[in-house]
Each structure stands twice: as C-alpha cells, then as structure tokens.
Design a protein around this ligand. Structure first.
Ligand code: FES
Length: 193
C-alpha cells in the first residue's frame, strides 16, 4: 500500500516536471505610441516647453522657437552694431579718410591746418600754445571759443558737447575740446558766452 502510494507520487511529480507551461507573454509596450498620440492633441507653441509637451509637435515647436530666438539674438547684435556706427566720433575717422581745413586762430595770430579727426584744442596744443581747458569732455566751458562768422555748427562738429545752448551755438560759440572742423573759419579762443 505504502509502496503503491510512493510510486504514484513519483509519477505525478515526473509528469508535472515534463508538462509544458502556458508561456505567459507580457502585453505590447504602447507607451511611445500613446505619447505621440497625446502630443498631437496639444497645440504647438512658439516657446520651448518642459516634459511631455516637448514630445512630437511640442518638440518641433521648441526647436523652432530656439532657432528663432537665436536668429533674433543675431539681429539684435546687428542692430546694436549699427547703432554704434551711427555714434562714431569724428575723432575715429581713419587717417586715410581725413580732410584738412585752414583754421585761423585769431588771438594767436596764425592759421593752422586742422584735420577733421582732431579737435581745435588739440590743434592749438600741437602748436605749443597754452590753450584753456578743464574737463576736455564738453562738460564745462573752460575751453570755449567763438567763431565770429557763426553759427558754430556750420563750421565744426561737436562730439557730445553738453553745455552750450542753441542760441549760444547760433552766436558762434564752440567748445574747442570737442569741436572738429568741417569748414575753414576764424576762431577766437578764450571767448565764453
Ligand atoms: S574743457 Fe570742459 S568743455 Fe572743453
């Protein structure tokens, strides 16, 4: 009896050992498909977005936004450079483009050839004259002089003078430290309004 039971148990174990399983298979991974489908339902934007909206349509919009931003930055730089060009000082005129004008320094008794990238003050100092000045930046009137045939700005370009008013410029006054010649003229130094 016991022997028969033992033989039966062994047979059951052997049968179970060789029997084939049901071979469970996992479901197909559709994560990417779902994300793509979801991305198509999200409207495109002109700016980069985080997380799932950057997948599919969102990603192309983000890339386009990044490129557009880059191009915009370049344009901005170009505009800045253009603006800088417009503000170029007469003092930065290259030597091979320089023009010269005869300026009569009345009080000093001499006519001097002055380049249009040189201030009247510098031209006088180059002659060894003791020219009056203080700030050398157009912010006081220590260096003022007068062009009798004025208005002064018919004869000189002021590079950022901040002291003389329109009526004074009209009367021929100039700040020699920031005044560059553009015509021939006579200058009376040490003449302030
Ligand atoms: S030195 Fe000051 S404005 Fe010319």
């Amino acid at each position: 009896m016991a022997l028969g039971l033992a033989v039966t148990i062994v047979l059951v174990v052997v049968v179970l050992h060789f029997a084939r399983g049901t071979e469970w298979e996992s479901a197909e991974d559709i994560t990417d498909e779902l994300l793509e489908r979801r991305a198509k339902t999200v409207p495109e934007t002109d700016f980069p977005e985080p997380m799932n909206r950057s997948i599919g349509g969102g990603a192309s919009a983000a890339a386009a936004g990044a490129v557009a931003g880059g191009e915009g930055g370049g344009t901005g730089e170009a505009e800045l450079e253009g603006g800088a060009d417009e503000e170029t000082s007469p003092g930065e005129i290259p030597d091979d483009e320089v023009e010269y004008f005869d300026v009569e320094f009345v009080n000093e008794g001499k006519t001097v050839e002055v380049a249009n990238n040189e201030t009247l003050l510098e031209a006088g100092e180059d002659e060894g004259w003791d020219m009056p000045y203080a700030c050398r930046q157009g912010q006081c009137v220590s260096c003022a002089g007068r062009i009798a045939d004025g208005p002064s700005e018919d004869y000189v370009v002021h590079d950022n003078q901040q002291m003389l008013e329109a009526a004074e410029l009209e009367d021929g006054y100039t700040l020699t430290c920031v005044a560059y010649p553009r015509e021939e003229f006579s200058l009376e130094t040490s003449e302030a309004p």
